[in-house]
Design a protein around this ligand. Structure first.
Ligand code: PLP
Length: 505
């Protein structure tokens, strides 16, 4: 590579400055979003692999056959570790959301094809919207998929430990159900859903079953002593597992495996009905980078099954230690019995009010002590049963070397906020209600004005800093809990949209 000109160097210098304001992607200080193997060589290997395919267009593997080889080998690896057979085929997608969306799109099209070709007695189904059934802990990607592809999402409430009752789920089966989704494990609480029971009941009804192993797939495969949860389970028709989570690849890579070829062909979109090149796409994008695929491929080759097993063993040791530490902390407890390298922490309501720890105040205090945890708002399910607000920890291999410092921060933060009452924005919500704002459609300017009143995004973006968020997030989360969902969603859209708006000239 030629040395860069001074102009190019200055551009990169600015990028470095911008990057320095980001959360740390390495070193185990951020316990969500990033998955650090702790092996610096893996990152260098990924960088070099991405550079090698940088100019390639992943759209057309017949023109760039390297893309087909990389995808074939990654799918082959995933198929082996997730117990698929020779009839299991797959695709590398841009991420978990795309894998989940494609699983739903496939199920919708398989269902629709069956309505058309089936017995005339089922024809009335043509007028119905197909339905997806899942426990209410299913990842939001399925909300998005149902919304984008025109299906109804039927969420089955879970109990206080995050478990779904199989009978409740099966009771909702019917001819309009295109897919049932279970998680291995669920993101919010790390619950391993009853996959064998659900998949076998679904198979009896002829309903396909997707296992969302986006977060857990490449960790549970080496976790040890688990009931079958992947394609080893009869009745599981597809499974998603993210390479950019516990596959340690840079963002932009996930695998979707489908149990048989005919089913997977419904995932594709093809058209020869326009004057341009014939389009054949297995995924949502057209032209696409092969960068994350190449990086994921290189990492999979380098680690092999044994390398994954070592990294997962480290995650498991750290997870068990943190679980024990949190359950031993007065005022906090881990939700349910999580499986895999993630845990959710709630306030221990069996403790007296004075010794309870609000998980969001705790997370805010932990942040001041140098570690970023993820807040999850409380959520009331369709049956009225409320799931508590929690704080989420995603444990990665690098966590192990941070355990002493992390454990000290978690304990100290709990001591510092123990007894502090949870944030209560009832007053702000009341003001909104009385002003009539809750009933009205919000324009972008009105939404922004409200956010400014709450002290969020008050100043225009400057050159190097985006719209400010409050330093403490607990009050914001409490607001999300108490506002009507559509209203909160509209405000959240405004926060994000403003981040990318150029400053007014
Ligand atoms: C992360 C995740 C997804 C969505 O994946 P993205 O890669 O963020 O698009 C879906 N399901 C589960 C269980 C996840 O943890």
């Amino acid at each position: 590579m030629q040395p860069l000109s001074a102009e190019s160097q200055a551009i990169l210098e600015r990028l470095r400055r911008l990057r320095s304001a980001d959360a740390a992607t390495h070193g185990g200080r951020v316990l969500s979003y990033v998955y650090d193997s702790g092996l610096a060589e893996l990152d260098d290997l990924a960088t070099e692999a991405m550079r090698l395919v940088q100019p390639v267009n992943g759209l057309d593997p017949t023109v760039f056959p390297s893309v087909a080889t990389l995808e074939r080998e990654v799918v082959g690896f995933a198929r082996t570790v997730l117990h698929g057979d020779d009839d299991t085929v797959g695709t590398v997608t841009s991420g978990g959301t795309e894998s989940c969306m494609l699983a739903v799109k496939t199920a919708r099209d398989v269902w629709a094809a069956a309505q058309i070709s089936g017995d005339p007695a089922t024809q009335p189904m043509l007028g119905l919207r197909p339905r997806v059934i899942a426990p209410s802990t299913v990842h939001a990607a399925f909300h998005k998929a149902a919304h984008y592809f025109g299906l109804d999402l039927d969420l089955v409430p879970v109990d206080a430990e995050g478990r779904v009752n199989v009978a409740d789920l099966v009771a909702r089966f019917g001819p309009d159900v295109a897919l049932v989704v279970v998680s291995a494990p669920s993101y919010p609480f790390g619950t391993l859903d009853p996959i064998e029971e659900v998949a076998s009941a679904a198979a009896r009804y002829g309903i396909p079953c997707h296992v969302d192993a986006c977060i857990g797939g490449f960790a549970l495969a080496w976790w040890g002593d688990l009931p079958p949860w992947d394609l080893a389970v009869p009745g599981v028709t597809s499974i998603s597992a993210d390479l950019h989570k516990y596959g340690y690849a840079p963002k932009g890579a996930s695998v979707l495996l489908q149990r048989d070829r005919d089913r997977q062909r419904q995932q594709f979109f093809a058209t020869a009905r326009w004057p341009g090149y014939p389009v054949v796409n297995p995924t949502l994008l057209g032209s696409k980078s092969a960068g994350a695929l190449a990086a994921a491929w290189a990492i999979v080759q380098r680690l092999g099954s044994d390398g994954f097993a070592d990294l997962v063993a480290s995650c498991r040791r750290s997870t068990e230690q943190l679980h024990t530490l949190i359950d031993g902390t007065v005022g906090l407890r881990v939700v349910g019995s999580p499986t895999g390298p993630l845990i959710a922490v709630e306030s221990d309501t069996s403790a007296s009010k004075r010794s309870r720890v609000d998980p969001h105040h705790w997370a805010d205090r932990v942040a001041e002590l140098g570690f970023t945890l993820q807040m999850q708002p409380g959520f009331t399910q369709s049956n009225g049963f409320a799931l508590p607000r929690t704080t989420h920890l995603t444990i990665t291999p690098v966590t192990e070397r941070m355990l002493p410092e992390l454990s000290a921060a978690l304990t100290r933060a709990a001591d510092d906020v123990r007894g502090k009452a949870p944030a209560n924005p009832r007053f702000a919500v009341q003001v909104l209600r009385l002003s009539g704002a809750l009933g009205r459609e919000l324009t972008a300017d009105k939404a922004f004005a409200l956010l400014t009143r709450f002290g969020i995004g008050a100043s225009a973006s400057t050159d190097d800093a985006s719209t400010p968020l409050p330093s403490k997030m607990a009050p914001l989360m409490a607001l999300v809990e108490q506002l009507p969902a559509e209203f909160a969603e509209r405000l959240l859209i405004e926060v994000l949209a403003r981040q990318a708006e150029p400053a007014s000239s």
